[in-house]
Design a binder for this molecule. Sequence first.
Ligand SMILES: Cc1cc2nc3c(=O)[nH]c(=O)nc-3n(C[C@H](O)[C@H](O)[C@H](O)COP(=O)(O)OP(=O)(O)OC[C@H]3O[C@@H](n4cnc5c(N)ncnc54)[C@H](O)[C@@H]3O)c2cc1C
Length: 462
Amino acid sequence: MKKALILGGGIAGLTVANSLALRGIDFLLIEKSTRVGGAIRTFSRDGFIAEGGPQTFIAEEKKVFDFLRATGILEKTIEARPAAKKRFIVRGGKPRVVPMSPATAVTTPLFSLLGKIRLLAEPFIPAKRDGNAESVANFVRRRIGKEMYNYALNPLVAGIFAGNPETLDVRFAFPKVWNLEQRYGSLIRGTFPNAKAKKASGNYEKKRTLSFPQGMETLPKLLRAKLDPRKVRIHSEITNLTREGSGWRAHWRSRAAVCTFFEEDAFFDEIIVATPPHTWGEIPFSDPALRAHFSRVPALATPPVTMLTLGFPRANVSHPLDGFGMLVPEKENRKILGTLFTSSLFPGRAPEGFVTLSTYLGGSRQSEITHLSAEEQLKIVREELRELLGATGEPAFIERVENPQAIPQYNLGYEDFFKKLSEIESAFPLRFAGNFRGGISVGQTMLSALETAEKTALAAHS
Ligand SMILES: Cc1cc2nc3c(=O)[nH]c(=O)nc-3n(C[C@H](O)[C@H](O)[C@H](O)COP(=O)(O)OP(=O)(O)OC[C@H]3O[C@@H](n4cnc5c(N)ncnc54)[C@H](O)[C@@H]3O)c2cc1C
């Protein structure tokens, strides 16, 4: 029987652990903090529910659905209300509806006539197929024009990556969009054949935007509850990792009580690193060759994001909040990245007669705002919500969650990071799983963790 050591109990580590457990492969998961879930954190108080990290997760890959079914989790999810399909982008100081049909695309005030004509010229723009790196901003400006970049892509990147479109590499940050140009020569011309090919592949199900009645943290809690408790060690850390034969000897210590640790060691055939890249320097590998490999892995930028959720009496917000939320383009020169209408997304996020609004601050665009005091941040958000959504009066609920190193950025140069991970994986019995490869969303992280677990399973049976 082979055994894997999983470092990190975020969604990546928990997904690997459950996938291995479902295949009957032995493992031990070591989580440094006192809880599992990593970035996925939910706070409940006085009838309000607020997320500190992801608000929802999107499932569309069959592998992810199969996993959610096999673990019994899918039946516990709730789906975002249909109204959440409507999204807003701020232009001229007002949230404008993002057009979702050709008819609304023609009439929308979000884009000018020139911007719309430029978009329609996209199929005639020659494809760039040299395979070289290109920033998301350049790619989008080149294909669909400056205005679409400013008022569609720029806010979207703030909403997904909290990142900078001028530095994100389109090949890694938005591989599906980049592939449309590579395969079909045009995003517009590629949309329908691509959707057809996607359907025919059998790898996808109907896309669903999900959460749980008690919030996103239910996901890691359920995944942990599925595992043998003896195989999950929280508040624990590796003290030494040494090569032994074809595998590893790991020593770790777990906190038993205040100031009391117990130490253990065991042999593992493989290590799965599911901790964020900025923590890799802490892993006590004793092998000098492996340490040298890790020292050559380029650092990824991880800008900070603060989530501020405010609850207001419904009557104190004049906007109908009839959608997912609003994103703010950089051009608008405001102090927030965007706000989700969280109580409109799922039921039970606020008591009867109240609403919640969750605002993102910081990211690459305005990281300095995350260093302001809580009072200053609250003032900024209240002012922005008053101007943009007509939210007035004292908030009845405030939850502020700091994410000092929120989301790894797949910036230009990421290719080297990606290659270095592959080199380590082929030279050592070690694999990686996490949001630093294959996409940063919860769904993408789960998918890449499932693929990592598949490789471990293949190696275990070989
Ligand atoms: C503010 C914010 C909003 C987001 N919004 C969304 C959203 O709406 N939708 C969406 O799909 N995604 C969203 N994401 C992204 C998504 O939540 C993350 O990419 C994903 O949860 C990361 O999972 P992970 O397991 O790779 O890493 P993490 O969640 O960071 O987990 C890593 C774990 O490793 C542990 N660890 C660290 N060092 C060690 C060590 N030395 N030994 C052992 N354990 C260690 C940590 O304590 C942590 O538990 C958001 C992220 C943030 C921060």
